[in-house]
Each structure stands twice: as C-alpha cells, then as structure tokens.
Write a protein that binds this ligand. Sequence first.
Ligand SMILES: Nc1nc2c(c(=O)[nH]1)N[C@H]1C(S)=C(S)[C@@H](COP(=O)(O)OP(=O)(O)OC[C@H]3O[C@@H](n4cnc5c(N)ncnc54)[C@H](O)[C@@H]3O)O[C@H]1N2
Ligand code: MOO
Length: 390
Amino acid sequence: MTTGWAEARQAARDAAEPLETITVTLHEALGLALTEHLPALVPLPLCDTSAMDGYAVRGPGPWTIVGRRLAGPCSSAAALEPGQAFEIATGAPVPVGTEAVLPVELSIVDGAPGTHDAESPGRTVSGVLPAKNHIRRRGEDVPRGRRILQAGTVVTPAVLGLAASVGYDNLRVHRRPRVRVVVSGDELLTTGLPTLGQVRDAIGPLLPGLITAAGGELVDTQFAADRAGALSEALACDDVDVVAVCGSTSTGPADHLRPVLGAQKADILVDGVACRPGHPQLLATLPDGRHVVGLPGNPFAALAAGHTLLAPLLNGLAGRSPKAPLTGRLRGRIAARDRETRLVPAVRTDDALVPVGRDRAGSLWGAAMADVLAVVPPQWTGPEVEVLPL
Ligand SMILES: Nc1nc2c(c(=O)[nH]1)N[C@H]1C(S)=C(S)[C@@H](COP(=O)(O)OP(=O)(O)OC[C@H]3O[C@@H](n4cnc5c(N)ncnc54)[C@H](O)[C@@H]3O)O[C@H]1N2
Ligand code: MOO
C-alpha cells in the first residue's frame, strides 16, 4: 500500500539503526557523525592571552618596557610590577599581573608612535588605555570540560577545526553505510551517443554525489540485465549495507524487483510513495538485515526517490541527528495534487523560491537548473514549503 511522502521518509529513518563506532583521525572524520558528546579537553584560550598586538601593562602609565613576548612556548615566570609593560603579540599569554593591553596603534614609545621593535625593552611606552582591556581570559570562549558538540553531529570543516583546537587527534564516529548501486535496463548505455532504442544511463552518474552527501560510501555500480535472475544475483551480496536498485520498480513485463524481493522473503517497509515523481519507489529489508531501496527508472523520479527514501535511510545508518526541515516561500502558480506530494525543482531568488519547470519524470533538466526541490503537499495552498537542497 502506498505511503504518504513524509511518512515514507520517517519510515526510512526508522528502519536505520546507526552503524558501528570506529575511531579515525580528524582528517578521516569529515562527513561522518560523532557517536558521543564531545567535551573540551582544554579550555580556550588555554590561559589569559592578548587579543591585540601592543603592550601588556600594569597600573597607570607611562610604563617601562621590561620584556617582549611573541607567539610560541614561553616561561610562566614573567610578571609585571605597576608601571611596567611587556611588548606582546596577539594570542601570546599575558604576563602575571597584566591589567590591560595597549594596542600598538595607540601607543607612544619614547615619544614616537609605537611599532614592533626588537629594541623596545628598556624604553618607555605611554598612551590612553581604551575601555576594553583586550585580554582574552582563560576558558572564556570554551570552558574546560564543557560539552561542545552533541552525538550525531556531522563532522564539518568547522567541527574539525574546533575539535583540533580543544585537543583532539582522533574522533569516534559511526562508519559510513556501504552502498551498491544496481542499474537495471537492457536499453542502457554508459558512454557515447545512444542509437534507436538505447538510452544513456542518467541515474548511475547522479547517485554517487547523493550517496556521499547523505553520509554513505558508494562501493560500486553494477549493471543488471532485465531478467529476474540477474536482479537476484545482484542482490546476493554480503559486502554492503544498502543496495539501491534503479529501474524495475513498476509493473511492466521487464520489472522484476518486487517479485525478486518477494522470493527472497524481504520485508517490504514502503511499497510505493504518494508523491510525483517517484511513486513506484520502495524500501525493503532482506532477512540478513541489508536494506534495498528501489528507485524508479525515470531519472527525475529516481532523484526524487533518492531524496525521499535513500537519503534518510543513509542519514540514519550513518548516525546523523535529524535536522529541522528547511523551508521557503514558493512563488508562482503551483497546482497541488489531491492526494500526492509534488517535488518541484525551484531556484532561490532574493525573496522566494521560483519553480523552473522542465520537471517531467523522465527529464533531469529542471532539477539540473534548480537549487532545491520544493515539497508541495497534497491540497497545499501555499506559500510556505519544505525544501530539499539539491
Ligand atoms: N502501467 C504502468 N506503467 C508505469 C507506471 C504505472 O504506474 N503503471 N508508472 C510509471 C512511472 S511513474 C515510472 S517512474 C516508471 C518506473 O518504471 P521502472 O522503475 O520500472 O523503470 P523502467 O521501466 O526500467 O524505466 C522507466 C523509464 O526510465 C528509463 N530509464 C530506466 N533506467 C534508466 C537510467 N538508469 N537512466 C536513464 N533512463 C532510465 C527507461 O528507459 C524508461 O524510459 O514506470 C512508469 N510506467
Ligand atoms: O514516479 Mo514516476 O516518476 O511519477 O514518473
């Protein structure tokens, strides 16, 4: 029985148990999801540091310059007495007793505007201290031990930078779900110009990016002839978590996916989705726990199904926390359907989403021009819609 679009996505998510934990280097963690909350191993900053290039000072000026501290390891012994200053670089630990940092552009050294000068110790600096003391206190940005990121967070470039700055070399993450793509259809051609009766495979090329973005790892793409036996063979593998079958989802004489899944005693969790395009898509679980997603052969329908069932399934297996939906306002005359959700390619303008058209199930032209798929639910009257970034 056909499932509603939102329910189908939730069913795909619910079918996915997050995969095992692995420990990887920061570099290897990009795109994977944290398995545990991350506490800061050190405070940020580590100690009281200067926020400006200038002079760390104590008491009222003028101040005698007694030392110099640039970035890099340094002794903790340096201290200021009232009336003393240290030339200091942004980010360097301030000497004990520092009350403020006088920025270099506000400073006068021996009567001349201050500059960075290796000869400054022994000279006198003066200037009017600004209201801000320009000292970053220990732990002011991130206190030591504070939970900085939650389990389920996807590791982004910013997460890597933050994890490194609070002391991590490795992260514990869920492994990526391994995916095999099986493209079915005797008419398909993978290179060159098609002749009568042939069609260039458009789904094989679009899936790797979608799979990676959803947290999966494409193991390989295989081609299966339009025979039940070929599809059965392609499904008989134990080296992947998910098999995405393209084509063969309908009820025609060459469409064998449902009968083959029946013969393999698969549990069909979603048997068609009330959406356009993409309504024949399906989600099943094989007796050994592997998941099968059936993507319709019409290329735009396959893309829509990739976002409807495949991406939420991979997100869940990868251990990614669900995200609140993105929304936007759709402009123009869009005819909602009575019972089915429409997935409409649209571009973002300054103030709205504008459908681009060219969105028949067999054509990827609209989707290729679009920024998002706008989700138009049954009997929608607008203008707010959920959007799926492409
Ligand atoms: N009697 C009915 N026929 C169809 C229905 C229906 O409800 N009743 N639904 C239509 C819809 S909607 C879709 S979508 C397709 C789904 O068909 P299949 O998943 O079985 O796919 P095929 O029949 O193999 O192919 C359909 C179409 O797409 C082209 N195709 C297939 N694979 C690729 C590929 N990798 N790259 C590019 N194009 C591909 C294929 O040549 C066909 O033109 O069923 C409708 N029929
Ligand atoms: O699912 Mo079909 O794609 O509506 O064309």
